[in-house]
Design a binder for this molecule. Structure first.
Ligand code: SF4
Ligand code: SF4
Length: 344
């Protein structure tokens, strides 16, 4: 008969998870030191990391918790639609955290029910994590953190990490066989357009395109880094795409449920003419970092893209954006007109 630890792991594998480890929560304490180190290296990141402090002293919030079950799930099997390649980061396209259409979402429910059947009290935070996720995955032996700060398993960095706090004092270290980053490699650092990733394991989160095009970048029209976003509209994969450790890891054979229905509406032109009702019903629930009041942010990001990758066809969308009901969209359009269209 399998031990409780091995039974949990076997269930996770049966549900399609790539990795499963269990770590006592006192072994997550080092996260506080890690956070401190990050702030010392990049002092301007202090405000950004304030929110992460909820993940320290876990027993103050969850006095019953003894261990964390940590799982990794790869999304490298999904096809990236051509129309959004390079515009929308893959982890957001294949975000299974709240997408009820996905097999992975339903399997998560099944995993949770299984913990319940074993008599285990378990709690997680679907959207934002209940522990420092990469740190917990590292302690549970699921993989490694590479110089670009992403967490890698044998399937590369294309993974979602999930974690539950549980009321059982158990431990199970997962197995891994991962080579370190090649000596002298700094492709990820060299490729970062905004220099957010400035050296190995060192980044300024508020300079990262993934932050500035989602829950940050509220005043993008006056953000000096906006001109460096290139093709990116929502998120950025550049420092993962260039990584040799990811080179053969994208399989891309399966359709992600429901994606083909919304993709045509995520072309730059269609984002600019998107109606609020459609955004609320179809786009926001999938890309939840922006609220249903923030269609304007998608449009500001798209105007910025149109400016960065300017073509004559975009002119009419930029001019039309001056009549937008959203102040931020009008501001962005006016800046582009002043700097680009009136400058010629
Ligand atoms: S995600 Fe993009 S902007 Fe952020 S660190 Fe990586 S390359 Fe730089
Ligand atoms: S690009 Fe090179 S240095 Fe950066 S994470 Fe990948 S292997 Fe490591």
């Amino acid at each position: 008969m399998l031990s409780i630890e091995k039974s949990i792991q076997a269930k996770a594998y049966a549900l399609g998870y790539e990795k499963c480890g269990i770590v006592p929560i006192h072994k997550l304490d080092g996260y506080e030191e890690k956070l401190k180190e990050r702030i010392e290296k990049v002092p301007e990141s202090e405000r950004f990391y304030q929110g992460q402090k909820r993940l320290l002293n876990l027993n103050n919030t969850y006095p019953w918790a003894k261990s964390a079950v940590v799982l990794a799930l790869s999304y490298n099997k999904y096809k990236v639609p051509e129309q959004v390649k390079g515009h929308i980061a893959k982890s957001y396209l294949f975000d299974v955290r709240i997408d009820k259409n996905s097999v992975e979402y339903n399997n998560r429910q099944k995993f949770e029910q299984y913990l319940g059947k074993l008599g285990i009290k378990a709690e997680n935070n679907k959207k934002f994590g209940i522990v420092g996720m990469r740190w917990a995955a590292l302690q549970a032996g699921l993989g490694v953190v590479r110089r670009n700060n992403f967490f890698y398993t044998e399937s590369g960095s294309w993974n979602h990490i999930e974690a539950w706090l549980i009321d059982k004092d158990i431990e199970l270290l997962e197995e891994k066989s991962l080579a370190p980053c090649p000596a002298g490699c700094s492709k990820c650092i060299g490729s970062c357009p905004t220099k957010s990733l400035s050296e190995a394991y060192t980044m300024s989160p508020t300079k990262c395109i993934s932050y500035l095009t989602t829950f940050g970048g509220r005043e993008l029209y006056q953000e000096p880094l906006a001109g460096k976003f290139g093709d990116c509209i929502y998120g950025c994969d550049i420092c993962q795409d260039v990584c040799p450790m990811n080179a053969k890891e994208w399989k891309g054979r399966e359709e992600f449920p429901g994606l083909s229905e919304i993709i045509p509406n995520l072309s730059p032109e269609n984002i600019m003419s998107m109606r609020q009702e459609y955004y609320t019903a179809k786009i926001q629930p999938k890309f939840f970092y922006l609220t249903d009041k923030e269609l304007w942010k998608w449009q500001v990001n798209t105007l910025n893209y149109m400016d960065n990758q300017y073509k004559d066809e975009y002119r009419k969308y930029i001019l039309k954006a001056c009549e937008s009901e959203y102040t931020q969209v009008r501001n962005m359009a006016l800046i582009i007109i002043k700097n680009r269209l009136l400058a010629v």
